[in-house]
Every structure is written in C-alpha cells, then in structure tokens.
Write a protein that binds this ligand. Structure first.
Ligand code: ROI
Length: 157
C-alpha cells in the first residue's frame, strides 16, 4: 500500500478492556485501505479529568498506514467504537467508555475543522498518550510545535 502514516490512540475503561482493544485493532487492520504496522504496549493509567469515580483506563497507541482521507479514517474509527456499544451523542463528555479511538497524527498534516482537528488538540498534554506514542514513534515530529514526541514527553515530566 502506498499511504500515509498515522497514529491512533486507544483507550478503554469499561468491560474487558484488553480484549476490546485487541479486537478493535483487528477490526482496524481488516479495513480496506488500512494496515496496522506497529502497536505500543497497553498500559493501565489513572483517569485524567472527567467525572469522579471512573475506573482506570487501558491505553495504547497504534501506527497505521492508510490510503484513506482524514474524514474517512474518522468514520472508520467511529464505526468501530459503535460496535463496542458507544453512542457519542448520549454519553457524558469525558465519561467512561468501552472503546475510544482518537486520531493523533496523520503524517505532517495540520487541519482544524468543526469535525476534526489534527494533530489531536490535547495529545501534547496527555502522558497516557505520549508515553505509549514515545515507545513506537519517539522521533516523529509534531507539526504544530515542531518538537519530537520524546521532547513533548520530556516537557510534561
Ligand atoms: N484518562 C486516561 N487515563 N486515559 C484516557 O484514555 C482518558 N480519556 C479521556 C479522559 C476522560 C479525558 N481521561 C482519560 O477521554
């Protein structure tokens, strides 16, 4: 496939978290126009923000190659989330979720529309994103801050 490299954040804090994220990755890899190239380890993290009382998350990051547009990728990710019972319209913002799939980076694309902002607007503030991303993409440069993932992670620590 001749495509772009993109990074997807995975998160789950409800149900069988590890099985859910494995299954979501398999579904992603089976999509036409997407290959999962590498996956970080999945780490347990305390919830950041959101309402009190939610359980710990399992978080990880996947590197994919894709020949889809950004909006096509978003729609594939939302379809997979829905298969795990998510309904973004009825759920609480920042609330617990069975399967959360967020686009972090697509090559050096920068875009900001009501539907989609790339790079992900909060990725540089989140250790639960940067730590697993650093495992598989330490030298990748954030196109807005012009810093590597490892430098962004060092800034947080
Ligand atoms: N906290 C952690 N640790 N991991 C997440 O994936 C996560 N996702 C969220 C909020 C509620 C902001 N907190 C999180 O959406």
């Amino acid at each position: 496939m001749v495509g772009q490299i993109a990074y997807i954040a995975l998160g789950s804090n409800l149900g069988e978290r590890s099985e859910t994220l494995e299954a979501a990755l398999a579904m992603l890899d089976e999509c036409a126009g997407i290959s999962v190239l590498r996956v970080s380890g999945m780490v347990q993290t305390a919830p950041v923000g959101g309402p009190d009382g939610q359980g710990d998350y399992l978080n990880g990051v996947a590197e994919i190659e894709m020949s889809l547009s950004p909006m096509e990728l978003l729609s594939v990710l939302q379809d997979i989330e829905r298969k795990f019972g998510r309904d973004r319209l009825s759920e609480e913002r920042w609330g617990e979720r069975t399967c959360d799939l967020d686009i972090l980076l697509i090559g050096d694309l920068v875009m900001d529309t009501p539907e989609l902002t790339i790079p992900h607007p909060r990725m540089h503030q989140r250790k639960f994103v940067l730590a697993p991303l650093n495992e598989i993409a330490a030298e990748v440069v954030h196109p807005v801050f012009d810093k590597t993932v490892s430098a962004l992670l060092a800034d947080l620590n």
